[in-house]
Design a protein around this ligand. Structure first.
Ligand SMILES: [Fe+2]
Length: 249
């Protein structure tokens, strides 16, 4: 009998370089390998790679390396794009379902263990009108609870550098639609900000998940690295309850 529980690990902002080089002294590929090794031993249903898989502009070598490295991972995984990804190159390497790519954007719904997961594509640093309409329809189609995954947080998070320089351009429009979802979407999982944080607004929780490369200081207007300990997020969805926390290597 299929279980009614779902245990997900969210890994984000892996920024895999196209070759085995160090970034600011950080061995990015090695850190990812070590995270994966740790996750291999866990009881999981799903791994979600929530964007910025590639170092800077969707390098195919990064995707090939990731796919190869994930080939021995014992759990299924889902990839979604961030602003440093290229959807078409990503979909070629990961052999994604062409039906889920519309006008170069990768957004879709998946039902796993009877539970609904919604994925948006913010790789252009904005959510297209087409996706906003789709999201409205998706929300209206069922009042069944869903978790939302989106690379960029759909609101400002009181993280000075990222809010001022790299926020989602039309976060107000996205938030307006989410407000209409009332009880359907209450938990939103993001990356992009390279930090660990939970922002609660009008009964919805937006969870920021740390990167596997480095974390960014939240209290400075300039870019500054807080530390380079890789992190990830565990999401335990049991019945109607969602419990989530971050772990570090
Ligand atoms: Fe990003």
């Amino acid at each position: 009998m299929p279980s009614n529980n779902l245990i997900i690990v969210q890994v984000t902002d892996t920024h895999i370089p196209p070759s085995d080089v160090l970034y600011r002294g950080i061995n990015v590929r090695q850190q990812f390998r070590e995270v994966l090794k740790k996750l291999t031993k866990k009881k999981l249903d799903l791994l979600i790679l929530s964007g910025d898989l590639a170092a800077s502009e969707g390098e195919p070598e990064a995707y090939l390396w990731l796919k190869e490295t994930l080939s021995t991972f014992p759990h299924p995984y889902i990839v979604m794009p961030g602003n440093h990804d290229h959807v078409v190159r990503m979909s070629r390497v990961f052999e994604l379902d062409g039906n889920e790519i519309m006008q170069g954007m990768l957004y879709f719904t998946r039902k796993i263990n009877g539970k609904r997961l919604i994925f948006l594509d913010s790789s252009s640093s904005s959510i297209s009108k087409q996706q906003l309409e789709w999201l409205s329809t998706e929300i209206a189609s069922s009042n069944e609870q869903a978790l939302l995954f989106i690379h960029h947080p759909p609101l400002l998070c009181d993280c000075i550098f990222m809010d001022e320089r790299h926020a989602l351009q039309n976060h107000h429009d996205v938030w307006q639609i989410l407000e209409k979802s009332r009880q359907t979407i209450k938990h939103i999982f993001c990356g992009h900000y390279h930090t660990e944080k939970t922002v609660i607004k009008n009964g919805k929780s937006v969870y920021l998940t740390p990167s596997t490369v480095f974390q960014i200081k939240t209290d400075t207007p300039e870019f500054a690295i807080e530390h380079s300990k890789p992190g990830w997020r565990i999401i335990e969805w049991k019945g109607r309850q969602v419990h989530t926390y971050v772990e570090y290597l």
